[in-house]
Design a protein around this ligand. Structure first.
Ligand code: HEC
Ligand code: HEC
Length: 312
């Protein structure tokens, strides 16, 4: 007799299992092929993150040049927990729940749609992309035309990898040191409180002086290693060619901006070869050979006009 009832019971069980599977399927998110989302996530990372997160010097050891690399995580461990978007460090950084917020070049940060894409991909299980697109489009630094002027596109990877982790809001040292942000072009060339770059004049630019070491403390603050000679030369050439933005437009002369240079008075009118128009207040005992701090303003011709010369 029991045999007769067994079949309907099994069918009922089967129906329950199918129903439960369908519910789980629904909870897992909209019916978008996970592999497609994975492709879109890989492209997003290539577009917004790979600038810094690539190679041996990837920040935190986190490479984002492929989904495989992303899933390997950082030196601290995984940054994606499949199925758990809000528990994933990747999402916390994108949303700014962990600081510094990513991408470090922001604002702008990711759009709501981009953030939703990353979350949906994680909730659906953080699948790998379809075979054909396993890796994000590689971004080999296109060999630059040596005749073309250096632009911000050439130097940004250096600033992103070596400087922006401190020189940004909520960076490694909290607020940006000296209020100076190096996370994007507008901030790097800003002269609102002080100009650290005088276009055409690397020696009058505290940024160049700090990476070169004529001005102390030398940058990056957590060095050595310092920037290598080729990197220093590239940034020098960028400033010399007018500190151009990524599209090649030179920075305007920051007329009236304040400038502060630290170094050694090498002539009555020069700090380590950076010439200035003497004047203003001069501390007693300052003479050629003294360690000094020059405070100056920039005139319409881009020359430094001394306001104050202090001993250091
Ligand atoms: C301008 C360079 C730069 C860009 C662009 C950038 N990052 Fe970062 N990222 C960093 C630095 C520097 C750190 C390390 C900061 C720290 O110590 O917390 C970091 C840390 C992280 C971490 C934390 C790793 C860990 O476990 O400690 C995540 C996750 C992250 N970034 C994701 C992203 C994503 C996603 C993008 C693109 C949307 C992005 N980053 C773009 C520089 C950058
Ligand atoms: C580990 C954190 C850290 C890193 C990384 C770092 N800096 Fe700094 N930076 C500081 C601190 C702290 C100061 C203030 C030191 C002082 O002048 O006493 C500073 C000051 C500066 C100043 C002087 C600002 C002014 O108003 O005169 C410049 C320019 C600068 N940094 C450029 C850079 C560059 C370029 C890099 C990358 C090559 C870099 N920094 C990397 C922490 C950092």
């Amino acid at each position: 007799m029991t045999q007769r009832f067994a079949l309907p019971v099994r069918i009922a069980q089967f129906v329950r299992i199918v129903l439960r599977a369908a519910t789980i399927g629904l909870a897992a998110g909209p019916a978008v092929a996970p592999a497609q989302d994975a492709d879109a996530v890989a492209r997003l990372l290539a577009d917004k993150c790979v600038l810094c997160h690539q190679g041996d010097a990837a920040p935190g050891g986190l490479r984002l040049d492929s989904i495989d690399a992303l899933l390997k995580g950082s030196a601290k461990g995984p940054v994606v927990k499949p199925g758990d978007a809000s528990g994933s460090e990747l999402v916390r950084r994108i949303r700014g729940q962990s600081q510094p917020r990513m991408p470090l070049t922001g604002p702008p940060f990711l759009s709501d749609a981009e953030t939703a894409l990353v979350e949906r991909w994680i909730v659906a299980g953080a699948a790998r992309p379809a075979l054909a697109a396993t890796a994000a489009p590689p971004q080999p630094a296109a060999p630059r035309d040596p005749a073309a002027p250096v632009t911000f596109a050439d130097v940004q990877p250096i600033l992103g990898a070596r400087c922006a982790k401190c020189h940004t809001d909520n960076g490694l040292m909290g607020p940006p040191p000296e209020g100076y942000r190096l996370n994007n072009y507008a901030n790097a060339v800003s002269s609102l409180d002080r100009a650290r770059i005088v276009p055409g004049q690397p020696r009058a630019s505290e940024l160049w002086r700090r990476i070169h070491g004529v001005s102390q403390p030398r940058m990056p603050f957590d060095g050595p290693p310092w920037l290598d000679d080729a990197q220093v030369a590239l940034i020098e050439a960028w400033i010399a060619a007018g500190a151009r933005d990524a599209s090649g437009t030179p920075m305007p002369n920051p007329v009236g901006a304040r400038v502060r240079l630290r170094g050694v008075l090498t002539a009555p009118d020069a700090v380590d070869g950076a010439r200035f128009k003497p004047g203003g207040r001069i501390d007693r005992g300052v003479s050629v050979g003294s360690a000094v701090q020059l405070e100056a303003t920039v005139d319409a011709d881009g020359r430094l006009v001394a306001v104050r010369l202090r001993r250091r």
